[in-house]
Each structure stands twice: as C-alpha cells, then as structure tokens.
Design a protein around this ligand. Structure first.
Ligand SMILES: [Zn+2]
Length: 444
C-alpha cells in the first residue's frame, strides 16, 4: 500500500472559528499531509508525523496546502452567460439566463459544458460543489457523468419549474417528479455523487410540484434540497404575489415541508429575524454568494445574523450572476460585503466558509472539509508567489492570519498550483506560468 506525503505549509480548520475553535491548531509552517488510498492518514508538522522508508514524498516548497474548496451554490449552464450586464435579478433571468438555459435542450451542448465546467472548477481549486443543472433531465445526466468520471464529490439536480417561466423551460409537476426520481435512482450515492432536488424558487413551481418535491425528500432520506430564497426585493414581492396570504418568503417553502436540515437556500439576503430564527430551528443551511449579490445589486448578506441563528453557511460562486469560479475571489468580495455591513470577517472565517463551513452546509463534513484522519484527500496547493504583487505582500506577512488574508484578497485561479481529488492529481498548473517558482516534483 503506497503512501504519499505532501510537504508544504498546511492550513485546515478543525471547527468553526466563530464557535471558538482555535484556527491555529491546524496551521503548520512546515507540514506533512499523509495520504493513503485516497484518504488522509495523518496531518501535522513535518517533524511530528510518522515517516516510513516507503513513503513517496512530494514537496511543494513555499506553497500552502489547504482543503479543496466547496462551492455551495452554482449553476453550471450559466458559465455561458457569466458577465452579462444590466438589470437586476428578474430582468437578468429573462434576458440572459433563460435563453442560455434553452440551449441545453440539446444534449451535446450539456455534455460539452459539463466537462468544461468541472475542469474549470478543478483549475480554480474547487473540488466539491452543489450545482443547478437546467430543467432538462439530460443536463443533470451530463453533469453527473462528467463528475463521476473525475471522481468528484458533487451534488446536483435537474431544475424543477412549472410556472412563471418560459414554456420552453417548463416541466410539469409529474414529469419533474418522474425525471428527478429516475436521476436519483441512476446517480445518487454512485461514487461520490449526491442528488439534490432542485426547485428553482417557490414562485416558479406550482403547489403540486412543491408537494411532490417534499415527496421526493420523504422517499429518499439522504438526498439534499437546493433552491433560492430572499435574494432580491422584486423577487420577494413576486413570491408574495404568487402565494397570497403567505406571511413571508420562507413560509412559501415551509407550507410544503421544504425547510429541513437537508435544505440549502441560496442568498437569504433580506430575511426577517423570524425567518432567520426558523431557518436555525429547522437546521437548514444558506449559501452566501458575494460576487453575485454585488454584481446583481441584490444586497449585503448578514453573516452575523446567520451565526446568531445557528444557520450553517457555505460560500457560493453563483455563476453566472457571480463573476468568478474562484473561491478566493468569493472570499475577497465576502470581506467587502462584511465591511459594508460593519462586520469584520477575518481570514479564518473566510477560509472556513469555503472549506469546512461549506462541507457542513452540504452535510458532507464527515467526508471532506478538513484533514482529519480518515477523510477523503481532496486538497489544493496554493502558490503565494503566483503574481508579483501577491508574492511581495505574502513575503511581508508574519502571521498565518495575515498570510491567509493576503491570499484571500489577492489570490484567484492563478494561485492554484495543483488540485488533488481523493489523493490523485486532477489539475496541475501549466508549467510555463511557474518557471520561476519550483513546483511539484513529479510523482515517481
Ligand atoms: Zn442561483
């Protein structure tokens, strides 16, 4: 049985720093990550871990190894219309999103995009994501097939929407239920895949479809649910018009039993104290999508409210309203959202959102999120010398918090030197970029 030992600086979180976990307990200036059969066998200071003569050592001098990033909210078909200008959420959906998603009626479009999207996730350091496909069943098939081929831990679902959407993108309550059930049977728990039942948002599904969504949750006790919640003020008004008498947006999901510990709601920007309290009581999770929320002018997420309500929070790129697949860029914008709210999100909090926090939000923290022994070895190698400005700033950082902060604010996909999935190298930065900086020694 071969063991690989990855040597570099290492950082991972053993718990939520906001809940009192010491973030420095997982920092090693000269660290060793020991991987055996795709799983973490040990992690600690180089001098403190057990070394064997048969170990294969891979040294990344000057680099920082962290757990693979988790993207808690992203739409893979929207990679085609990222960076589309103008309008807030509802106009933007009509003008850009729906036309882009209509192209996925062609299975070959879905297959090509799924492979491109996953390769780009890996190149940006993201090893796990919770993904919206389109309404087309084959769009989810294409993504699962591509993720299975890459051995990725990924959750996704075919979108359910049977009202208030263009006819070309509409399913029916029955077809949406049947297609979801067939996808669950085919993909859920195959390899590292998880199915997430995916109503787009409450106003785009009939009451019959929302009721059948609940039936899917009942029939499959370990699938997830993903949807949108309280992203934009016009959207909230539209939801409340669609459900006359509903006291608030969250209630439109509660009515159908969809606010559960398996539910992840994207955005949650304009929630009332009561909605936060109910999300916490239901043990639901929320995705904080800062680049998207700023791009669409949706609003400023209140991370302190989520923490106070004990709501699990992951970080989402929300492509294509988001502007980067890089979770380092999401951290950068999350920090600025915090500033606008007079909330200070330190580097440990930012990295928690993109690693262990995201894993907890997706209920995958028993498998991924940090380097506890036995977990799946999904990790990335960050190069603090990726750009001249980052190199200069990082060299002057004296504490782990300051180093991580420099990476969060100045880093992007250029800083991802390598990405490993279950201990296997799934992405390595093209050599031309790193000629001046020693990279990985080839595995031998
Ligand atoms: Zn979204």
């Amino acid at each position: 049985m071969s063991r690989h030992v990855y040597r570099a600086s290492i950082f991972h979180l053993l718990g939520d720093p906001a809940a009192g976990t010491d973030p420095l307990a997982g920092w090693f200036d000269d660290g060793a990550l020991v991987v055996e059969d795709g799983h973490v066998a040990a992690c600690g200071a180089w001098d403190a871990v057990e070394h064997r003569d048969s170990d294969r050592v891979v040294h990344y001098p000057g680099a920082l190894i962290v757990p693979g990033f988790v993207d808690a909210h992203v739409h893979y078909p929207q990679i085609d219309m990222i960076a589309s200008p103008g309008g807030q959420l509802l106009d933007w959906l009509e003008n850009y999103t729906y036309p882009a998603e209509m192209r996925y009626a062609d299975p070959s479009v879905a297959r090509e995009a799924a492979g491109f999207f996953l390769d780009q996730l890996l190149a940006h350091g993201t090893t796990t994501a919770l993904v919206f496909a389109t309404v087309h069943k084959h769009s989810a098939d294409a993504l699962f097939e591509a993720a299975f081929a890459r051995n990725m831990r990924l959750a996704a679902g075919k979108v359910l929407m049977d009202r208030n959407v263009p006819p070309a993108l509409s399913d029916t309550a029955e077809s949406g239920y049947a297609d979801s059930a067939a996808l669950i049977a085919k993909w859920h728990n195959k390899g590292r895949l998880t199915y997430a039942v995916t109503p787009r948002f409450s106003a785009s599904s009939t009451e019959e479809q929302l009721a059948l969504t609940r039936r899917l949750l009942d029939e499959h006790p370990d699938i997830l649910l993903q949807t949108h919640l309280s992203e934009n003020e016009a959207e909230i008004a539209h939801v409340l018009e669609t459900f006359p008498g509903a006291p608030d947006y969250l209630a439109t999901y509660e009515k159908f039993g969809l606010v559960t510990e398996r539910s992840l709601f994207a955005h949650g920007i304009h929630l009332s104290p009561s909605e936060w309290q109910r999300l916490g009581a239901a043990k639901s999770a929320v995705a904080f999508c800062p680049t998207s929320n700023l791009f669409l002018g949706s609003g400023l997420f209140d991370l302190r409210a989520a923490e106070a309500a004990n709501v699990r929070v992951g970080l989402g790129s929300d492509i294509g309203a988001g502007t980067s697949l890089s979770q380092l860029q999401s951290m950068n914008e999350a920090y600025k959202v915090g500033q606008m709210r007079r909330q200070m999100h330190d580097a440990f909090t930012l990295f928690h959102l993109a690693t262990l926090g995201g894993a907890r939000a997706l209920r995958m923290d028993a498998k991924i999120g940090n380097f506890e022994t036995g977990k799946e070895a999904d990790f990335i190698v960050l190069d603090p010398a990726a750009t001249p400005v980052l190199a200069r700033r990082y060299a002057r950082a004296t504490t782990p918090a300051d180093k991580l902060f420099a990476l969060a604010i100045l880093g992007d996909d250029r800083a991802v030197q390598a990405t490993y999935v279950m201990g296997a190298c799934a992405y390595s930065r093209p050599l031309a970029i790193s000629l001046d900086f020693p990279g990985a020694r080839p595995l031998s």
